[in-house]
Design a protein around this ligand. Structure first.
Ligand SMILES: C[S@@+](CC[C@H](N)C(=O)[O-])C[C@H]1O[C@@H](n2cnc3c(N)ncnc32)[C@H](O)[C@@H]1O
Length: 271
């Protein structure tokens, strides 16, 4: 059962499922390869991979099947949305459809004003495992004519973001990418990696170290959730902080720590 054709066949079967068809097929193949155990049935592998996909991604999608409706809503939204400021109410409505991005809605003003006050002018951003965070661009103090690149594993999230960028004349690009196997090659001033290291480490325990080592921008903002999706704290702040301090490279980066009500942030400046 462990040969390439069975991996492809199982991955194709999972990809065809209603809740998984928007996920980058590369991630599904990756999970089938890493999760499949010797001598187990195809059914058991499929069950475990689906459950892993739920933990690392589907759990964050709210009303998942409605992303197409949201895309239509942006397309049909008021054509007078000519400024980023004017787009804030629409952006907030859309952000409610991703559990992790939604948690930031109440603190968007303070979150991004504190982060951008600690940064020089930022002209270009790379947002990794972005969820719907790029919809928070109107709260970010970016330079004129900024560019924004964003990646997550969902093709419909990428489409939604591209439609939003187009609507607002943002020089942005979103795409699907499995960050466990690939890393974007473009140069940028600032990398966001928000609340994602714990997700990636559920698949590969070295993924946090690996992804931090690939960041090439002079600044990065890396964060961790303080509460689980069910609202429990479970010592997450202490444990994630300890873990991050073990995996970042102090020879390369100096840190500024910022604590928000539901998120622990490390602003990293290259030494
Ligand atoms: C906790 S959410 C954070 C979303 C966003 N960064 C934010 O803070 O609003 C984690 C995100 O990582 C994405 N993700 C999980 N595994 C991934 C992978 N291997 N490659 C790219 N994105 C991934 C999920 O789809 C989800 O949107």
């Amino acid at each position: 059962m462990e040969n390439d054709s069975s991996v492809l066949q199982i991955a194709a079967e999972i990809s065809a499922g209603k809740n998984f068809r928007e996920i980058d097929p590369g991630l599904i193949r990756h999970l089938v390869k890493t999760e499949m155990q010797p001598n187990e049935s195809e059914k058991e592998t499929i069950k475990r991979v689906r459950s892993k996909l739920h933990q690392i991604s589907n759990a964050y999608r709210e009303g998942a099947s409605n992303y197409q409706d949201l895309i239509t809503a942006i397309r049909q939204s008021d054509n007078s949305l000519t400024s980023l400021e004017a787009a804030k109410p629409l952006a907030i409505e859309l952000m409610k459809s991703h559990a992790s991005t939604r948690e930031r809605i109440a603190i968007l003003d303070v979150f991004y004003s504190q982060i951008f006050a600690a940064l020089p002018h930022i002209q270009s951003v790379l947002d990794l495992a972005c969820g719907l965070n790029p919809l928070a661009i109107p709260w970010m103090k970016l330079a004129d004519h900024f560019t924004y690149e964003a990646y997550d594993i969902y093709r419909d999230i990428a489409l939604l973001l591209n439609v939003f960028f187009e609507k607002l004349n943002i020089r942005g690009k979103a795409d699907s990418m499995n960050l466990l196997e690939e890393f974007p090659q473009s140069e940028c001033d600032l990398t966001f990696l928000l609340k994602t290291i714990p997700c990636l480490e559920q698949v590969d325990k070295n993924a946090g170290t690996h992804i931090l080592n690939q960041i090439r921008s002079p600044y990065a903002v890396v964060s961790f959730p303080i509460f689980s999706l069910s609202g429990r704290q479970k010592g997450m702040k202490v444990n994630y902080e300890k873990h991050f301090l073990e995996i970042y490279d102090p020879q390369r980066w100096e840190l500024e720590r910022m604590l928000f009500p539901n998120e622990l942030v490390f602003l990293m400046r290259r030494k």
